[in-house]
Design a protein around this ligand. Structure first.
Ligand SMILES: Nc1ncnc2c1ncn2[C@@H]1O[C@H](COP(=O)(O)OP(=O)(O)O)[C@@H](O)[C@H]1O
Ligand SMILES: [Mg+2]
Length: 270
């Protein structure tokens, strides 16, 4: 029997046979504003609820911003931190004298800090979120794969089930993201589109080892006071992509070419 960790995202766990297998490193990828951080907050909070040791590394928002955002969805990160159930490692603010802040944004420093945090929280099942990994290879995208591999190899024995977030600008999809996706046990991809003049969000489980996972694109909602909710499956069309038409055409062409190269089928209707 595979032990599966609930994500705490309403409607998500049924897409992955009940949850994310313990010990997995799952890539959470998507463009800005698609819901990667909100998804990660739920996963972290579910850990607190279940008594897991929770470590949240934030590189693009401050610790305070993460706490405020979580609070809007009824998750009390501040108390969890105070009670020693959770450590938020701030890799953005570089506050001097703050034990859980990263002075340098480097993968090795981050991994060291995460292990230190795990030691502090104590023995037992743990959850890790790194939001995001992209910050570590911003100026050296070619290192993405090596860094991702290193993170997995080193943290593997610390009983983490991890979400590794990757900024996935659709225009730079070939420079970012791939490194992480190659080492990941699972991939959850977020997307956005404007349909009928309205922003919509979608989610697709692209990969989950040892899991008969759902293969459809699902609509996702983010509700004030509640957080993320996974709605029913949909078919999205190419022309719904929320970018100027000429940009979309170029991207679609590039993606088609890449897919042909790796021998994959179409995953977008249109
Ligand atoms: N209290 C809230 N109520 C409704 N929607 C919210 C609330 N807080 C944030 N959001 C939505 O979540 C989005 C941010 O999602 P986020 O997970 O941070 O995206 P990213 O993929 O960049 O990490 C915002 O742009 C907003 O649409
Ligand atoms: Mg984010």
């Amino acid at each position: 029997m595979i032990e599966r960790l609930k994500t705490g995202v309403k409607g998500f766990d049924r897409l992955v046979a009940g949850g994310i297998p313990r010990g997995f490193f799952v890539a959470v990828v998507g463009e800005p504003g698609t819901g990667k951080t909100v998804f990660s907050l739920h996963f972290a909070w579910q850990g607190v609820v279940e008594g897991d040791k929770v470590i949240y590394v934030t590189t693009e928002e401050s610790r305070e911003s993460i706490i405020r955002q979580a609070e809007m969805f009824g998750m009390d990160f501040a108390s969890a931190v105070d009670e020693g159930r959770m450590i938020i490692i701030d890799a953005l603010m570089k506050s001097k004298g703050d034990e859980w802040s990263l002075e340098e944004v480097g993968v090795e420093e981050m991994v060291k800090k995460v292990i230190e945090a795990k030691r502090r929280l104590g023995y037992g099942r743990a959850r890790l979120v790194v939001d995001s990994m992209s910050a570590f290879w911003l100026d050296k995208p070619a290192m993405a794969r090596k860094y991702s591999y290193m993170v997995k190899r080193v943290l593997y024995r610390w009983d983490f089930t991890a979400l590794l977030v990757s900024q996935y600008a659709i225009t730079s999809s070939f420079a970012f993201g791939w490194g992480l996706e190659h080492v990941a046990d699972g991939i959850v991809r977020f997307r956005r589109a404007v349909v009928g003049g309205e922003l919509r969000r979608y989610l697709l489980v692209e990969k989950m080892r040892q899991t008969p996972h759902d293969l459809r694109v699902h609509r996702v909602d983010i509700k004030d006071g509640v957080g993320m909710v996974v709605l029913g499956p949909v078919k999205i069309r190419r022309e719904d992509l929320a970018l100027p038409p000429d940009v979309v055409r170029r991207i679609v062409r590039a993606q088609d070419a890449a897919r042909r190269e790796v021998g994959e089928g179409e995953d977008v209707e249109g």
